[in-house]
Design a protein around this ligand. Sequence first.
Ligand SMILES: [Zn+2]
Length: 135
Amino acid sequence: MDNCLFCKLAAKELPAGVVYETEAVLAFLDIRPVHPGHVLVIPKQHSNDLSEAGKDELAPLIEACHSIGNALLKLGAEGYNVITNVKPAAGQIVFHTHFHVIPRYKGDGLAHWPQAPYSEGEDKLWQNKIRRVLQ
Ligand SMILES: [Zn+2]
């Protein structure tokens, strides 16, 4: 895509702190990291977000996340998050599929999203709704 920042990075038209690259995947440092070592993993092929990415692109992406996350553990991270935001409602800002691999540390002050239990029967309702759509 002509005006896509991440396509320009994948095409090497703009500089990036590349840490990993295969034929299908590029991974580079986020320029505004949650913690140092925060990496973005992208398919070189453009798709707007994970919901539109080709299924054949998914395995190389998650393999890259696995390798990079495990490298972060070897460098002293105590854990890592792998996150992708799909659509603006989920916080997506750059509209080219990407995963964040974020190193984490005990007591680093980042909290999980607030959670609450299902109301009576609501869990079964959601279980059935999702299963029906996946059939
Ligand atoms: Zn793109």
